[in-house]
Design a binder for this molecule. Structure first.
Ligand code: UDP
Length: 216
C-alpha cells in the first residue's frame, strides 16, 4: 500500500497535492491500526516498508464503504434534518457503494445483498465491527484532545481465507472528521474541502497528538 501526497474531494472534482501528506497519513494510519490490533481488532497491517509504503495482507475489498457517525456533519446534514454539530444519541452506521463513477451513493442492506456485495451475515459483522472500532477510536482521539465526529472504513476478505473479514484501507484525516475538543476547530480534510487553509498544519497536529496519546 502506498500513501500519496494527492488530495481529492467531491469525487475527484477538486484535486491538489500536499507535500508530506503521504508520510503523515501513513504514520497515523499505522499507529491507529496498531491501537486497534492491541484492542483485539484484526487489521490488514503487516509492517511498514518505508515512510510511505506499508506491507498489508492480501484482501478482496468489500465494495461497501462503512461510515460511522457520532456527531452530524457532511452528507448526513445534506440528506436529513440534522444540523452540523448535532450530537447523535447512538452512533449511526451507513453503507455507501464503493463506486467513484456513481459518486458513492448511499445504499441499504437490501441493495448490498441484491448486488451480491455481501451476505446478511457479513453485513451484520461489518456493522458490529465498525461500532467496536468506534468504541476504541473515540476514547483514543479524546486522549488526543480530538472529537471523532465520523469516519469511513473499508473491509476485505482475506485472499487466503475469504470467510475471514478484516479491516483494510486507511484511517487518516482524509477519512475521518476530527474536531478540536476545546475550540471545535476542524482538523481534517474539511479544511481542504472548504478552503479553510492550514491543511497540512492540521494533519501534522493530529499526528503529533496521536503519537503522544499512545504513550498516555
Ligand atoms: N469519507 C471518505 N471517503 C468517501 C466518503 C466519505 O473517507 O468517499 C469519509 C469522510 O471524510 C467523513 C465520513 O466518511 O469522515 C462521512 O462522509 P460524508 O458521508 O459526510 O460525505 P462527505 O460530505 O464528507 O463527502
Amino acid at each position: 500500500m502506498e500513501f500519496k501526497d494527492d488530495a481529492t474531494a467531491f469525487n475527484g472534482a477538486k484535486h491538489a497535492q500536499f507535500a508530506d501528506k503521504g508520510r503523515m497519513n501513513q504514520a497515523l494510519s499505522v499507529l491507529l491500526m496498531q491501537v486497534l490490533e492491541d484492542a483485539g481488532v484484526p487489521t490488514h497491517f503487516v509492517r511498514q516498508l518505508d515512510e510511505i509504503r506499508t506491507i498489508v495482507k492480501n484482501v478482496e475489498i468489500i465494495k461497501v464503504e462503512v461510515v460511522v457517525r457520532n456527531v452530524a456533519a457532511g452528507s448526513l446534514c445534506q440528506r436529513t434534518w440534522f444540523e452540523e454539530g448535532a450530537p447523535l444519541k447512538e452512533p449511526l452506521v451507513e453503507w455507501f457503494l464503493k463506486d467513484d463513477a456513481l459518486g458513492d451513493p448511499m445504499i441499504n442492506d437490501d441493495h448490498a445483498r441484491a448486488m451480491k456485495l455481501a451476505t446478511s451475515e457479513e453485513l451484520a459483522f461489518l456493522r458490529s465491527e465498525a461500532l467496536r472500532i468506534n468504541e476504541v477510536l473515540k476514547p483514543f482521539f479524546l486522549k488526543a484532545g480530538l472529537k471523532l465526529i465520523d469516519f469511513k472504513l473499508e473491509f476485505g476478505r482475506l485472499a487466503s481465507d475469504p470467510k475471514t473479514i478484516i479491516l483494510a484501507d486507511e484511517i487518516t484525516p482524509d477519512t475521518c472528521r476530527l474536531w478540536d475538543v476545546e475550540s471545535g476547530e476542524k482538523m481534517d480534510k474539511d479544511r481542504f474541502r472548504r478552503d479553510l487553509g492550514n491543511v497540512m498544519e492540521s494533519y501534522a497536529e493530529v499526528l503529533k497528538r496521536a503519537e503522544h496519546a499512545v504513550h498516555r
